[in-house]
Design a protein around this ligand. Structure first.
Ligand code: NAD
Length: 483
């Protein structure tokens, strides 16, 4: 029997699911079950919504300083247990412990602190009219909101959603991914210790079709902030439409990294380009899985790039010398391997990797895939169009700016692009024409929490981050007063 049995957080208390049903939680590094996650249902969601509704008036009436103080306290508690939380995140997701320690958990702490700080000076607009009237806008909390997050950056994305929701004065019913539920469950425990009033933050664990759908359909939930796949986003949009709920959808991507012949390809920049494809085993929605390289430097770039990718070590996520850990689950592992097989079938050459890796000993049952680079596929090949979300990068040559732009913009997605050039005019010109919500120039994954975050086309709807998130989680009400 797994030793770790997670709980829901409903109405300020840790609770088992009403039906007493449980889901296995796997350790991707070994393939073994190590925890049990509540397999909750719509009754658990209804109980959470009722608790959140009871808590909503007092939480909305609390001062922003009071709300901020609790968010800061929760951030402090997570930070004080950084090692423990990072180890749990790594065990649950297969990601490198070093990455969980340096990126995931510190960023979760920053999310809480950022929105705690941002909400205090946040102000609304006023518009004076010459005729002797003034308009002012109240930004009022929506009430109870739903937050649904995925498995790839579990606590990072969970806190990215609940922090602005709570800071803006809403009470929350949240659901982490059932594949990586552990750190959110721990956060629930810590929120009690931090002193959040009962019902302000509720965490209902379970599957998407059961708990997720119940959150989306519950009439008491006024808005849903969702991060996950485009397919699930479309289902959520459909289910939410008849209820006219506010929706924020952060979905999939097929991001390009575009390297021009004039790029500064220093060792450090080349490392960033490699990282942009393979960090977290490629399981970051912002990873560049299409690497477009100008033909004039294609051969020399390819040689240097492949040498680096071949040197990446796939290994135990706890081992500091590993560069890639395990993929998150067996189904995901199988999906990525099927995508590689499909690339072969459609005529792609696998120039690096392409195979599963079996580690020795206790890790033999883990889900490891070699960093894989594919060549010789047209930009409209399925491999270059569909999101793989694994350690797989496709190399695509281009001749000039016009062709690069057509290839980069030529998928159904529009999340993030990165561009490598030393030509400043080109950087601005090209950046403005890229049909993506986020464009990085000569960098990747440089994140400022004040900036709008989100995608175009099938990568989503709406923007998160900074005041965009606070706006999403509030209802603007205009009051016009004549004097
Ligand atoms: P997923 O869509 O399978 O699941 C995401 C969450 O939605 C999970 O909590 C899941 O339980 C829940 N869910 C599933 N079905 C549901 C339903 N019918 N109703 C309500 N909730 C439901 O996605 P995933 O596999 O967990 O995550 C990987 C995907 O997330 C990739 O496509 C990736 O690109 C995307 N992603 C996007 C961003 C972004 O910011 N745009 C960030 C991270 C991940």
């Amino acid at each position: 029997m797994p030793s770790l049995r997670l709980a829901n957080l409903i109405d300020g208390r840790l609770q088992a699911p009403r039906r007493d049903r449980w889901l296995d939680v796997f350790e991707p590094a070994t393939g073994e079950v190590f925890a049990l996650c509540p397999d909750s249902d719509s009754d658990d969601v209804a109980a959470a919504v009722a608790a959140a509704q009871r808590a909503a008036p007092a939480w909305a009436a609390a001062s922003t300083e009071q709300r901020a103080r609790l968010l800061h306290r929760l951030a402090d508690l997570i930070e004080a247990r950084l090692d423990e939380v990072a180890a749990l995140e790594s065990r649950d997701s297969g990601k490198l412990l070093s990455l969980a320690r340096s990126l995931d958990i510190p960023r979760a702490v920053s999310n809480l602190r950022y929105f705690a700080a941002a909400v205090v000076p946040w102000s609304s607009e006023s518009h004076a009219m010459e005729l002797g009237a003034i308009n002012y806008t109240l930004r009022q909390p929506l009430g109870v909101v739903g937050c649904i997050s995925p498995w790839n950056l579990p606590l990072y994305l969970f806190t990215w959603k609940i922090s602005p929701a709570l800071a803006a004065g809403n009470t929350v019913v949240a659901k982490p991914s059932e594949i990586t539920p552990c750190t959110a469950a721990l956060l629930g425990e810590l929120s009690i210790e931090a002193g959040f009033p009962a019902g302000v933050l509720n965490i209902v664990q379970g599957s998407g079709p059961s708990v997720g759908q119940a959150i989306v359909e519950h009439p008491g939930i006024k808005a849903v902030s969702f991060t996950g796949s485009t397919k699930t986003g479309a289902q959520i949009a459909k289910a939410a439409a008849p209820h006219f709920k506010k929706l924020s959808l952060e979905l999939g991507g097929k991001n390009p990294a575009i390297v021009f012949a004039d790029a500064d390809l220093s060792e450090a920049n080349l490392d960033t380009i490699v990282r942009s494809g393979f960090a977290n085993q490629g399981e970051i929605c912002l990873c560049g899985s299409r690497l477009l390289v100008q033909r004039a430097i294609y051969d020399s770039f390819r040689e240097r790039y492949l040498a680096r990718v071949r040197a990446l070590r796939v290994g135990d996520p706890l081992d500091a010398s590993s560069d890639l850990g395990a993929l998150v689950s067996q189904p995901h592992f199988e999906k990525v391997m099927a995508c590689i097989a499909q690339a072969r079938d459609e005529g792609g050459s696998i120039v690096c990797g392409g195979e599963a890796i079996t580690l020795p000993g206790a890790h033999a049952g883990g889900w490891y895939v070699a960093p894989t680079v594919i060549e010789d596929l047209a930009s409209d090949a399925i491999t270059n169009q569909q999101e793989i979300f694994g350690p797989v990068v496709s190399l695509i040559p281009f001749d000039d700016e016009a062709e690069a732009l057509a290839i980069a913009n030529g998928t159904g997605y529009g999340l993030a692009a990165s561009l490598w050039t030393t030509d400043l005019a080109r950087a601005h010109r090209f950046g403005a024409q890229l049909d993506f919500g986020i464009v990085w120039i000569n960098c990747w994954l440089l994140r400022d929490l004040r900036t709008p975050f989100g995608g175009t086309k099938q990568s989503g709807l709406g923007r998160e981050g900074g005041v965009e998130a606070l706006r999403f989680f509030t209802e603007p009400k205009n009051i016009c007063i004549r004097y």
